[in-house]
Design a protein around this ligand. Structure first.
Ligand SMILES: CC(C)(COP(=O)(O)OP(=O)(O)OC[C@H]1O[C@@H](n2cnc3c(N)ncnc32)[C@H](O)[C@@H]1OP(=O)(O)O)[C@@H](O)C(=O)NCCC(=O)NCCS
Length: 192
């Protein structure tokens, strides 16, 4: 239903049922890596679970309450990024993301976040974007940190992981901060 080209190699596409098999193969193939931090996937994850997940995302899209987009890299589905919800009253949203194991290290999620933040704080006129990472998920935490988010707080012991409760680190970006950051990037590119 929509596609958004980020650069010559990377494109976002609304996740649809036509992508079911590719989505299942990618997520199930990386279940150990993803399941380390995200709890919707494990050994017992099925094609039917994947179908339900895509349908729920499409339902949210129709209800104007967010959506999941696939991240395509060189024509292959590499991962997903989502607005977990769109809070129109308070004008905020939260991003979630994951990549298939072999697609890490190319900057794909960082680029996808930039596109989704631009869209949220630009076209959608939202005020705030949040990203929550488990405190031990250092690779994920590097994404909002790389993008200049502010670490705002800690939700203590909110997720059970293996043998203990882990904290959530809450990162936030406000619309005026994002615009200032973009202006700064543009002026330093001109100077450089
Ligand atoms: C979290 C996760 C998406 C991060 O993946 P990632 O590949 O590190 O993130 P990006 O796609 O933004 O890539 C950044 C990496 O690519 C490198 N890179 C290469 N080109 C780049 C570019 N143009 N821009 C930014 N980074 C680039 C960066 O140096 C960085 O590597 P480093 O952290 O070793 O320095 C991935 O580890 C994952 O899917 N984990 C499991 C699921 C999960 O934890 N989801 C998040 C739950 S909160």
């Amino acid at each position: 239903m929509f596609t958004y080209r980020i650069d010559a190699e990377v494109e976002l596409r609304l996740l649809e049922l036509q992508h079911l098999q590719e989505f299942f193969d990618l997520s199930y193939g990386s279940r150990t890596h993803i399941g380390e931090w995200m709890f919707w996937i494990g050994e017992d994850y099925t094609l039917e679970d994947a179908r339900r997940q895509i349908q729920l995302s499409l339902d949210r899209f129709v209800a104007n309450d967010g959506f999941d987009a696939g991240i395509w890299f060189r024509g292959e589905l590499a991962g997903c990024i989502r607005y977990r919800y769109l809070d129109w009253k308070h004008k905020n949203t939260e991003l979630g993301y994951w990549l298939g194991a072999k697609f890490q290290g190319h900057g794909l999620v960082t680029k996808a976040c930039v596109a989704m933040i631009d869209h949220a704080l630009g076209e959608l006129s939202l005020h705030r974007v949040e990203i929550r990472c488990m405190s031990e998920n250092l690779r994920s935490r590097r994404v909002p940190e790389r993008l200049g988010f502010t670490q705002e707080g800690v939700v203590r012991q909110v997720r059970w992981r293996r043998d203990h409760y882990d904290d959530h680190i809450v990162y936030g970006m406000l619309a005026d901060e994002w615009q200032a950051r973009k202006r700064q990037t543009i002026s330093s590119e001109r100077e450089g």
